[in-house]
Ligand binder design. Sequence first.
Ligand code: MG
Length: 167
Amino acid sequence: MIKLLDNYMRIGYGYDVHRLIKGRPLILGGVKIPFDKGLLGHSDADVLTHAICDALLGASALGDIGQHFPDTDPAYKNIISTTILEQTYQLISSQGYEIINIDATIIAEAPKISPYRESMREILSDILFISLNQINIKATTTEGLGYLGKGEGIAATCVVLLSKTLQ
Ligand code: MG
């Protein structure tokens, strides 16, 4: 563990994929995006928010989103993923962790993410009590390759850096 002054830092990584289907709303980073399909899941299937939660849980060695919010539990059916993020934030902050920065990528052939990127950063930074310059959201395609390129789903990855002040 690298110690920097009275703090140490922890990195975390998150990855998630959900299938795109007709008849569901598309929610990414807490933003409802007009599109003819949405992501399928037990919750609202907000794949970006799930990847961020997993990165936060990973950095703090608290397992993963499936352990804390099991998709077999009716309590989490149709849960809004920003609520999962709020609860994840409470878990990590109760352990004394603070977020240094978040860097996430959405991998989707369509729709175009850039018009919604700033809204996502605003919503997520508010939930996590960080400033806008602590959260970056990128978007890419797979140039038509594979299941993501065919538009069968959307994926997201995320890395986070946390700091913990030593007592
Ligand atoms: Mg998920």
